[in-house]
Design a protein around this ligand. Structure first.
Ligand code: PMP
Length: 286
């Protein structure tokens, strides 16, 4: 049985409990992070820590732990659950005020709730899924206007994944005002010749930790990077496409709305970037 972390305690997973009045449960008043584990070590951990602090401060939510404590909890859970390849999920909510009320509770009276658990994913660092690539469909982006904050409001992204599944695809890309914002749970890129094109950072998309690392590695490898919006039609005519996320690293996209990209196989630039990302991130893992 898994060991999970709930408000300062390590517990068997069936004993990890949160109140029915918790604002994470009632209002999706909560933020989260997902950090991958390769070789028993944490990938891009400082980036996830920094983004957690930012999400919390944008929502005036107290951070219940220091970065050092957070690293200790992550490592303890990885060790106790014997994770070689997998994920650590972390969620912080505005806590349990003991009743339901729209107004935020006083943080001195209602401490944040913090929960972490691991997910074992043997083969995560392999390339079986990446060599096959993903098929995506495009759907309207009807999410709220602060997608830069990593909240647990994941209903529409879940619906998007279900729409993709129903259409025989793997995932969905979200489109707003004619332009692709991002994937349901990843950042979106197209490749034209030697140029990697991805939407610039703003409140419209999550500031992916993997995105930051991948763009840095791409520039270091003398690849051209253009941070600008692109339409789904431009994407369908691209040489390659891919997504990035902490849980899938760099994932080639081989089909958009039924239109095959290139010869319909995972693109060489995406696969090369995946290799660079995995090599460099393993070296820097903590
Ligand atoms: N965009 C969205 C909407 C996401 O949910 C995620 C993954 N949580 C990402 C982008 C990728 O971010 P990261 O590389 O930090 O996992």
């Amino acid at each position: 049985m898994r060991t999970v972390y709930v408000n300062g305690e390590y517990l068997p997973e069936d004993q990890g409990k949160v109140s029915i009045f918790d604002r994470g449960f009632l209002m999706a008043d909560a933020v989260y992070e997902v950090t991958s584990v390769l070789g028993g070590k944490l990938i891009d951990f400082p980036g996830h820590c920094a983004r957690l602090s930012r999400s919390l401060s944008e929502l005036d939510m107290a951070n219940p732990v220091t970065d050092d404590e957070l690293l200790g909890i992550h490592r303890e859970l990885v060790a106790r659950n014997d994770i070689d390849e997998g994920l650590v999920y972390l969620q912080v909510t505005r806590g349990n005020p003991g009743d339901r009320d729209f107004a935020f509770p006083d943080p001195d009276e209602t401490p944040s709730t913090i929960v972490l658990f691991t997910q074992d994913k043997p083969g995560l660092g392999g390339d079986t899924a990446a060599r096959k690539g993903n098929k995506v469909i495009s759907i309207d982006d009807i999410r709220w206007g602060r997608r830069d904050i990593k909240t647990v409001q994941l209903l529409y992204p879940s619906m998007g994944k279900m729409m993709a599944k129903k259409a025989g695809a793997d995932d969905a890309w979200l489109v707003e005002d004619g332009f692709v914002t991002e994937g349901t749970s990843n950042n979106a890129y197209i490749v034209k010749g030697n140029k990697i094109i991805t939407r610039a950072l703003s409140r419209d998309i999550l500031h992916g930790i993997t995105r930051a690392a991948v763009l840095r590695f791409a520039r270091e490898a003398q690849m051209d990077v253009e941070e600008r919006s692109f339409t789904i039609d431009e994407a369908k005519q691209a040489d390659e496409a891919f997504t990035t996320s902490a849980s899938a690293f760099v994932m080639p996209v081989v089909e958009i709305d039924g239109v095959q990209l290139g010869d319909g196989t995972a693109g060489p630039l995406a696969l090369r970037l995946r290799e660079i990302y995995l090599d460099e991130s393993r070296k820097a893992a903590v």
